[in-house]
Structures are given as C-alpha cells and as structure tokens.
Write a protein that binds this ligand. Structure first.
Ligand SMILES: C[S@@+](CC[C@H](N)C(=O)[O-])C[C@H]1O[C@@H](n2cnc3c(N)ncnc32)[C@H](O)[C@@H]1O
Length: 314
C-alpha cells in the first residue's frame, strides 16, 4: 500500500486522530510555508536569520576550529535563505566541501539544485530527495568525510519533547565521533507571542494546515470539505508545547479513497503538528541524553532563539 495512504488511514483511525506533519510539504505547502516565514507574527525565521546574517563568521570559525575537512549536510533546508550566509563564509575558508541538502519535498530539492549555483557561484551541491535518515544512510555510501549537520528552523520542535533524544540518537548512528551538529531551538517566551506565530491574522497558517486535507483529497481520492474544519492552535506554558489542531465544525464522515470512511464528532480534533518551545537547559539535557556535547550557542538579538552547536561524542 502507498505509504502516504497507510499513514493517513492509521493516523485518522486512532482514538486521537492525527496527521504526520511531514506531509505538509507538497508544492503548494512549500509555497504557503514561505508565506508563513514572511508574515509579521512568525518571528522564528526572522530571529534565526538575524543569527545567520550576523554570526555566520563566528559559526564558520567554530566549525573550522573543530574539523579540518568536512561535508555540510542540511536536514529540511526549505529555500536555504539562512544557511546561504554560512555557506558563503565556509566557501571563503574551505573551498572543497560539498553541500548535501536533504528534503522529502522533491520540489525543494529541484529548486535548490537549480537556484543555488547561481546564488553562490563555485558551490558543490548534491541534493538528496527523501526522508532524513534514509538519505543520511545513502550519503554515507557517497562520502566518508566528517559531517557538519544543520537542522534549522526549530524543526526538532516538530517532534514531541520526549522523542527528541531518540531522534538525535538515531541521527548519531550516521555520524562519526567529532562530527558537528547545529540545531535551531525556539526558546520559551511570552505566551501570546508564541500563539500568534501559529495563528496569524491573515490566516496563512490556517491555509497551510487545510492544504494537507486538500492534498489528501487530490492524491488519495478523499472528500474532506475544507469549510467544515477550523484551525485551532493551543500553547501550554508549562510544557512549552504549542500544538496545531484542525477541529471538525460539525458531525461528519469523510471518505478516504477506497479505504473506507472516517467519522468525526462535532468539535473533534485532528492533531496536526507540535512546535515545542525550550529553555537553554532543556537543550543541554537533550544533548547529553543523546550522546553529544554542547560546545557553542548562537543567539538572536532578542534571545528568543538559539542555534546550538554540538559535537558528537565517541
Ligand atoms: C518547516 S520547513 C523548515 C525549513 C528550513 N529548515 C527553515 O528553517 O526555514 C521543514 C522542511 O523539512 C522537510 N521535511 C519535513 N519532514 C521531513 C523528513 N522526515 N525528511 C526529510 N525532509 C523533511 C520539509 O519538506 C520542509 O522543507
């Protein structure tokens, strides 16, 4: 059975209905996500851009101080607006690295392969289209060099906090001792600032979430009525979990292709995506639990976001 169909059917058949957020990113999803990044409420991209615009020299210095020769891998690069600053710095000091962007969206990889050589002349790029871990395995067959892995945007926050160490331990299986990892973590801050970032006034995030239902309709032959679902994010100050749900406005049944139909009670929720917020201490705990040592931290000017540099232990 098609993996997308299997995941959708299993997710919607569970007592707490859910959809896997990795399926947000079809061509339309990539486009809407770029709109989210530009909307005034979505501070995450602006903060991390501040870090890469102003501190790429220092980040490059830390990388060069730890590794003589390496490849740069980026997990889920989007349009690489932020990493582009670091790539330029690294090219000055270190001409021979290859940039390996890994993304499940074919559209993203095609765009990077075409546009980046024009934006950064002289760069070696080898885009890999697929799931993070499968592509890291493939990459290890292509190159035996040390790796610097970028995982930006607080994409790690799209996994529940309790699963963060297992994600990094899984990643560690594809790394050598001494390899470096730079992860973006969105830090805890005023609750309204956080909630507004996932509930923008123009309704872009709402469109982003509903687009996944549209994708399921278009590719799996489902009949979701998009007008009968409401975007409903919540932020829990204590745990730092910001969760986007879609709520069914009415009692209804939705046909999922030939699989069967799914019943929704009025106000029943589909869990769409978590965006976890962290303290700096949380990030240290996760590093140690995962077999990495924190060796550097790069903050934006408001201290709302941190890019943490970790070294892979033995
Ligand atoms: C939220 S965007 C972040 C983009 C960028 N890192 C940034 O900071 O702006 C997440 C990206 O990761 C990709 N992605 C999500 N889950 C993935 C997975 N399991 N394997 C590979 N790529 C994935 C998506 O296609 C998308 O391009």
């Amino acid at each position: 059975m098609n993996e997308f169909l299997k995941d959708v059917w299993e997710g919607l058949s569970a007592p707490q209905k859910s959809l896997n957020s990795k399926y947000f990113y079809d061509e339309e999803g990539d486009r809407i996500f770029r709109e989210i990044m530009d909307c005034p409420e979505y501070y995450l991209t602006k903060c991390e851009l501040d870090i890469f615009v102003n501190q790429s020299k220092n980040i490059a210095k830390s990388i060069n101080g730890n590794l003589a020769d390496f490849d740069l891998v980026e997990l889920g690069p989007g349009d690489c607006t932020k990493s582009e600053y670091l790539l330029r710095e690294l090219l000055v000091t270190h001409k021979h690295f290859t940039y390996y962007p890994i993304d499940i969206s074919e559209n993203i990889i095609n765009q990077i392969n075409t546009s980046l050589p024009n934006r950064i002349p002289g760069i070696n790029i080898h885009g890999l289209n697929g799931d993070y871990m499968a592509m890291l395995e493939k990459l290890n067959e292509l190159s035996a060099k040390n790796k610097v892995v970028l995982f930006l945007g607080s994409s790690i926050g799209n996994f529940p906090l309790t699963e963060n160490p297992s994600f990094f331990r899984h990643l560690k299986q594809y790394l050598k001792p001494g390899d470096l990892l730079i992860t973006g973590f969105d830090l805890k801050k005023d609750a309204s600032v956080i909630l507004n970032a996932y509930n923008d006034e123009a309704g872009i995030t709402k469109r982003f979430n509903l687009n996944l239902l549209k994708r399921i309709n278009n590719t799996l032959g489902a009949d979701f009525d998009l007008d009968q679902f409401e975007h409903s994010p919540i932020y829990d100050l204590g745990s730092g979990a910001c969760i986007s749900y879609l709520a069914s406005k009415i009692e209804q049944s939705v046909q999922i292709g030939s699989m069967g139909s799914i019943h929704f009670a009025k106000d029943e929720l589909i869990y769409m995506e978590i965006s976890q917020k962290y303290t700096v201490e949380d990030t240290h705990t996760i590093a140690y639990q995962s077999g990495f040592s924190p060796i550097g931290e790069f903050y934006d000017s408001k201290k709302w976001f941190v890019d943490a540099l970790w070294r892979n232990n033995e």
